[in-house]
Design a protein around this ligand. Structure first.
Ligand SMILES: [Zn+2]
Length: 351
């Protein structure tokens, strides 16, 4: 049985998100339609469902860096634009997609509110939300406040079929201007009791939520440092919560942030402990550059003037400087990296 026997193609919402999360997947940040299409192309080629997400900064970029964003207006409309683009195109590529938004810290809640309004408006017309899911990241707040705000939003999200991802404990490193490189070591490893507190509160509202618990994971790729990835901790969370919730071996849907730079063994352990989603952004950012960089370096002599290259002073260079040619090279290397990430997660030939 394939994934398409369980869920349709296109952007999934409601219980279909949970059905798909019973298959672990790679999570891909997009910043433009070029990146989004390359991810969809990769997913189609390896017959894999895929998660596409926009960060607050990525969403603003999707709308265009020339727009003001002082009230999160560019991040809101950019995320909405990306969601509509992915809704249209995922059907054409024939893959199921979870359309998600990434970390939203307390100071960015106006961004979250804007997306939620778009979801509610879409729900009125189509009986489902625009996005599949959103992430709230109040991990910098005290636990009680974190859970309280998540519960408040989830009460609004659950009735229209939105999945909630929340974070407890801190993902280290730096992403999208949020710098956790100085976070103290203990907060980089979430305790099972904290995960249980989240579970008990949110499961009273609905079953469609996931927890990004910290296990020494870090955004970005760095030289090996003193923070150690401990994916076995996630198994401890499952055991702890299962011990209090009869009839379930793995009650938690867990999320792996900062997947770039992780070994195949670490990924496999995380997946076996109930990770349903791994974010890979840094590695795919680099992959997008590689194709473009190599093309520009190789064709340097054809990119200096519009006319004239080593083959003759009157030879036109249009077929080298056309963005469809060199941007395409980045799309190809990006798509290859997406395929590798999906293979690492055992997420190929699933449709
Ligand atoms: Zn993250």
């Amino acid at each position: 049985m394939g994934v398409l026997d369980v869920v349709p193609t296109g952007v999934l919402t409601g219980d279909n998100v949970r059905k798909l999360f019973d298959y672990a997947k790679e999570h891909q940040n997009v910043t433009s339609s070029s990146v989004a299409n390359a991810v969809l192309e990769a997913a189609r080629d390896i017959k894999s469902p895929i998660i596409i997400q926009v960060s607050q900064g990525g969403a603003a970029y999707f709308a265009g860096k020339g727009l003001p964003n002082d009230k999160q207006q560019a991040s809101i409309i950019g995320a909405v634009s990306a969601a509509h683009h992915v809704r249209l195109m995922s059907k054409i590529y024939g893959v199921p997609v979870i359309m998600h938004s990434d970390h939203c810290a307390e100071k960015l809640l106006p961004w979250f509110d804007g997306m939620l309004e778009a979801d509610e408006a879409y729900f009125k017309q189509h009986n489902e939300p625009l996005f599949s899911s959103h992430m709230l990241d109040l991990s910098e707040d005290p636990k009680e406040k974190n859970i309280e705000i998540c519960a408040k939003y989830y009460k609004r999200m659950a009735p229209i079929g939105l999945w909630l991802e929340m974070e407890i404990g801190i993902t280290g490193g730096e992403e999208d201007g949020v710098d956790n490189t100085g976070a103290d070591n203990a907060s980089l490893y979430t305790q099972p009791e904290d995960v249980y507190d989240v579970y008990t509160t949110l499961s009273k509202i609905g079953p469609n939520f996931s927890i990004a618990a910290a296990f020494g994971n870090v955004h970005g790729v760095y030289k090996p440092g003193n923070v150690k990835l401990l994916p076995d901790l996630l198994g401890k969370h499952q055991e702890y919560v299962a011990g209090k919730v009869p009839g379930s071996k793995k009650p938690l849907y867990l999320v792996f942030h900062g997947g770039s730079g992780s070994s195949k063994e670490e990924i496999a352990t995380a997946v076996s402990n109930g990770v349903v989603k791994m974010n890979v952004d840094t590695d795919t950012q680099f992959a997008y550059l590689v194709g473009i960089r190599d093309f520009v370096l190789k064709k340097q002599a054809y990119l200096q003037t519009q006319v004239g290259n080593p083959e003759g002073d009157d030879k036109p260079n249009k077929k080298f400087y056309d963005p469809r040619v060199w941007v395409r090279e980045g799309e190809k290397t990006l798509a290859e990296r997406v395929k590798v990430a999906c293979q690492d997660l055992g997420n190929v030939d699933r449709l």
